[in-house]
Ligand binder design. Structure first.
Ligand code: FMN
Length: 336
């Protein structure tokens, strides 16, 4: 098996083992709508020959925005725009996935005036001091859940194959999973099962209301002192799989997605994916982090560190060059 091997997931067959990682393009309007630039951007990324192209983190409610010009799936008026994205991705024979997010307590007040989190604890960050969020009530949690499920319905209506819950990088769902930010003493906190409960309930409802294949982007661990451990993530993934998840996309946690200082090599987060592979979970495992070469992808597949390799910046720099250099596509087969 190598990067060209097909891969079956649920009722799909991926044409190879390459995934375009979700990356914010900042090409949307200020109210989260797709622009022509957004559609061109994804048509371009799909030229990489990836089997699955993930669309950037998209807010499920206006109150969950993390940055201006972020893509939104917060109301039905967003459906036509994201439909155009799914269409240009499908034209290359790739499957299309879209990532859903709510910032919870991780945003600046100029973008998100009312931050909220499971316990009202400031989200720790290495590069800035974030404002303190208010504590979420059970009503807030219930509307949070509904916002994710409604957004997933829109993703399905737009023709996507996969929907991904963003439970990593310190955003809202990561804040529920992590003992650093979730110190509730009700059914949503206290034990890892309880900290995973909101995500499990969202997965169950998406499964009930759509035919979409469900992915979660999880931290391999929080990579922050006293944060989520690898064992806690394995436990949480069992709950997610039981609820209906078919793909675990393994990234980092509260500390954000950047390369940890001590990890210098290609595939800097792949050991997190490999840890989950060794746990023999019944789901496809995606690894990510500084992946750039054919040799690395083939080695990671052969060593069973991952099932699919997600590539971000190396594709962003030049999707066609990536297709040529890594996926062996001849220059004259590329659309200019
Ligand atoms: C410009 C940019 C935007 C990103 N936006 C997102 C995002 O929307 N959602 C997400 O989960 N990760 C996001 N990431 C992280 C990437 O998905 C990926 O995990 C990270 O870039 C490491 O992979 P790479 O070394 O191949 O780039 C972003 C990264 C970059 C460079």
């Amino acid at each position: 098996m190598n990067r060209f091997s097909t891969f079956p997931i649920a009722n799909h067959v991926l044409k190879n083992r390459l995934v375009v990682a979700p990356m914010a393009s900042q090409t949307s309007t200020l109210d989260g709508k797709v622009t022509e630039k957004t559609v061109r951007h994804y048509a371009n990324l799909a030229q990489s020959q990836a089997a699955l192209v993930m669309v950037e983190y998209s807010f499920v409610a206006f109150s969950g925005r993390s940055e201006p010009n972020q893509l939104g799936v917060h109301d039905d008026d967003c459906i036509n725009g994201i439909k155009d994205i799914a269409k240009v991705i499908h034209q290359t024979g790739a499957k299309a996935g879209l990532q859903l997010t709510h910032c919870g307590g991780k945003a600046q007040l100029d973008v998100c005036p009312e931050l909220m989190g499971p316990s009202g604890i400031t989200v720790p960050a290495y590069d800035r001091i974030l404002p303190t969020p208010r504590i979420m009530s059970l009503n807030d949690i219930s509307s949070f859940k509904k916002q994710f499920v409604d957004a997933a319905r829109r993703v399905e209506l737009a023709g996507f194959d996969f929907v991904e819950l963003h439970c990593a990088h310190g955003y809202g769902l990561n804040q529920f999973l992590s003992p650093l930010t979730n110190q509730r003493d009700d059914q949503y906190g206290g034990s890892q099962r309880n900290r995973a409960r909101l995500i499990v309930e969202i997965i169950e409802q998406i499964k009930q209301h759509t035919q979409l294949s469900i992915m979660v982007r999880v931290p391999g661990q929080d990579l922050y002192p006293e944060g989520l451990t690898q064992a806690q993530i394995v436990e949480s993934c069992h709950y997610f799989i039981d609820a209906g998840v078919v793909v675990l996309d393994v990234s980092s946690g509260i500390g954000g997605w950047n390369r940890p200082k001590e990890r210098r090599t290609e595939g800097f987060l792949v050991e997190e994916a490999a840890y989950l592979k060794q746990a023999h979970l019944q789901a496809c495992i995606i690894g990510v982090g500084g992946i750039e070469t054919a040799e690395y992808i083939d080695m990671a597949i052969a060593n069973q560190w991952l099932d699919l390799a997600a590539v971000g910046r190396a594709i962003l720099r030049g999707p066609q060059e990536f297709a040529h250099n890594v996926m062996g596509v001849k220059n004259d087969a590329l659309i200019s």
